[in-house]
Design a protein around this ligand. Structure first.
Ligand SMILES: Cc1cc2nc3c(=O)[nH]c(=O)nc-3n(C[C@H](O)[C@H](O)[C@H](O)COP(=O)(O)OP(=O)(O)OC[C@H]3O[C@@H](n4cnc5c(N)ncnc54)[C@H](O)[C@@H]3O)c2cc1C
Length: 598
């Protein structure tokens, strides 16, 4: 151990979960319910597990009630496949959707307060791209807890995990995965409050670190979403799958980019341009405002590009309006109370009387660490890595392909969390002892570099330059020239960062040091996003190339992106699972390379 670092004693556990969002906690609960004697440790970067991003999820989670007279699982599967632009894996679609109802019961039995209608049945919302009868009409499919669905899930899973003896380490950051041979045996962890580095040795390790929205300037994601899990995997020589598949939500509140949930349009909100005309019919004649997010985001950007946007003088940003004025007081106050309040609080607008300014904001990463249907991490040759699992937004099984449908992410957390938990229990029966000679050399060399760097640049400015570049060049619309510029720009920013001295060199609660490490992760993740977007010379889902506007069959695969130590990027391929189509039968043809019209 380098002399500038304080090293704490090693910790040992059966299961280490890096990330205490909905995915991590659902998995922890599954393990602890089935095998109470399992020792489970869970890390969060922030001061409390409940501050994970899942707590902010508003709109709902998609599920078909088996007693529903009109909706069916097969329609949900079809919508997810079509929404993904034919790049989700059909075995995953089937597995998740077929177990979705059971997970609603699981949550409700443990105290989650789903909103109910006047007859006492679960209330349901419709969301973009969710339809009945293979696209015929809107499906009311998403169950919710008012506009605090994610908080409901966090309250439930956190309470259950706590009750069953999970051990939380807060403000504790996983900085490096540890391996013995090819088996993952835990992680190096930086404990911010103590300013010390420790090793947590575990029989099984789960990466559940959430999204990477801080790559972009305008995002609905919180500050902790810096793509750490993806960077940990890349650093260990593992791939990230489909990094180019990045979702931009159509309705971020202009300025802060905070999410104005799709629930607004689901409850009847209408998008209008500068001339106050609704415009979505021109882009999606049938689904209009409730078309999938990639389509609505492109429509808004096109309105703005063609001069039908409105300039916000405070932020210098062009936007369109969402009109909520015709919605009832009950809907705005009771069903959408929190979101209505956001407009009041952040832009001083009363949605009952005024139009609300919105424009696309980065929202979700469909790409992630490639896994099997049980959350087992795969390497570049698609072999599973013993002892290592990934779930939630940082993982790609892949349920969403190149465009996630609304309300399908939380569904993924609670199902994949359960499946991974079951597989962990199997794995623990035979897992070898958790030992490792590795001392976390990579972490120590990185952090020494940060503390010893000389130079007068500003880390804040470097981060902002990266975010501006990624939004401009790798955002809703992409081109070869723009992406090449982004790749070159990112190399320069990485060099600049390496030559920037920290103003504080202590280790205890040194936020600048943590931001420096996060900046490296963000630059790494930005680079794989830009390079993979450059490599995919077609348009598919949320990845839209203006110079290659069509989907092409030659790209019907997942991109597996790895990064060598030198920074060189390599690409591999994983086939898209087409097992529903291949199984044949009644609706099989709906799961071919279908056209995406809404
Ligand atoms: C505003 C908003 C609203 C949304 N609404 C919906 C919705 O209505 N329906 C829906 O389906 N989806 C929604 N989504 C998407 C969904 O909420 C997220 O995809 C999902 O919650 C991610 O959950 P997760 O468990 O993967 O990660 P998170 O909940 O983000 O948790 C990640 C955890 O990892 C920890 N962590 C990260 N890095 C490290 C590290 N290096 N060391 C230690 N810990 C680390 C964090 O501290 C945190 O505890 C919404 C997203 C946003 C941003």
């Amino acid at each position: 151990m380098n002399r500038i670092f304080k090293k704490g004693p090693d910790f040992y556990c059966d299961l280490l979960i890096i990330g205490t969002g909905g995915a991590g906690l659902r998995c922890a609960t599954e393990v602890l319910e089935k095998r109470p004697e399992t020792s489970v440790m869970a890390l969060t970067k922030v001061s409390h597990p409940q501050k994970s991003h899942t707590s902010t999820a508003q709109g709902g989670l998609a599920v078909v009630d088996p007693r529903d007279p009109v909706d069916k699982n097969i329609f949900h599967m079809f919508d997810t496949w079509k929404g993904s632009d034919c790049t989700a894996d059909q075995n995953i679609i089937k597995k998740i959707i077929e177990s979705s109802w059971e997970q609603i019961l699981w949550l409700e039995n443990r105290g989650m307060h789903f909103s109910r209608d006047i007859e006492g049945k679960l209330s349901k919302r419709t969301f973009g791209g969710h339809t009945l009868n293979f696209g015929e009409s809107l499906a009311y499919r998403a169950v919710f807890e008012a506009d605090r669905t994610g908080k409901g899930i966090m309250d439930t899973t956190w309470g259950e995990a706590l009750k069953r003896g999970i051990r939380f380490l807060t403000q504790s950051i996983a900085t490096e995965l540890l391996f013995t041979g090819n088996q993952c045996v835990g992680s190096v962890v930086f404990k911010q409050k103590e300013g010390e580095f420790i090793r947590i040795l575990s029989k099984a390790t789960i990466i559940a670190t959430g999204g990477c929205g801080q790559v972009f300037k305008v995002t609905t994601n919180c500050r902790q979403n810096t793509g750490d899990g993806l960077a940990l995997a890349l650093q260990a020589g593992l791939p990230v799958m489909d990094p180019e598949a990045v979702q931009f939500h159509p309705t971020g509140i202009v300025g802060p980019g905070i999410l104005a949930s799709e629930a607004l349009r689901s409850e009847g909100g209408v998008l209008r341009n500068k001339d106050l005309k609704p415009f979505m019919e021109r882009y999606a004649p049938k689904m209009k405002d409730l078309a999938p997010r990639d389509l609505v985001s492109r429509a808004i950007e096109t309105e703005i590009r063609q001069g039908r946007g409105v300039l916000n003088p405070d932020h210098g940003i062009y936007h369109v309006w969402i009109d909520l004025r015709h919605l009832s007081e009950y809907v705005l106050d009771m069903k959408l109370g929190e979101i209505s309040h956001f407009f009041n609080k952040f832009v001083n607008i009363n949605p009952k009387e005024e139009l609300c300014p919105v424009c696309p904001s980065n929202h979700y990463h469909m790409g992630g660490i490639p896994t099997t249907e049980f959350g087992e991490v795969q390497n570049g040759s698609q072999d599973t890595v013993p002892g290592l699992f990934a779930i939630g937004e940082c993982a790609a099984a892949s349920f969403h392909g190149f465009n996630r449908l609304a309300a399908n992410s939380i569904l993924e957390l609670i199902t994949m969390g359960k499946f991974a938990g079951e597989r962990v229990l199997e794995y623990l029966k035979e897992a070898p002892a958790e030992t490792s000679k590795a001392e976390g050399e990579h972490t120590l060399s990185l952090f020494s570099g940060y503390l010893e760097a000389q130079g007068r640049d500003s880390l804040g400015r470097i981060r902002e330059a990266m975010q501006t570049m990624m939004t401009g060049k790798a955002g809703v619309f992409r081109t070869e020239a723009g992406l090449l510029e982004a790749v070159e720009g990112l190399k320069e920013l990485k060099d600049r960062a390496a030559k920037t001295a920290l103003s504080t060199r202590g280790l205890i609660m040194n936020q600048e040091l943590v931001r420096r490490w996060e900046l490296d992760n963000l630059l790494t993740v930005s680079m794989v996003i830009a390079c993979a977007a450059l490599n995919r010379r077609e348009s598919r889902g949320a990845h839209y190339r203006e110079d290659f506007p069509e989907r092409k069959n030659e790209y019907n695969y997942h991109t597996l992106t790895t990064m060598e130590e030198s920074g060189r990027i390599e690409f591999g391929k994983r086939p898209v699972d087409m097992s529903i189509l291949e199984a044949g039968g009644g609706h099989a043809q709906k799961f071919g390379m279908i056209k995406r019209e809404y």
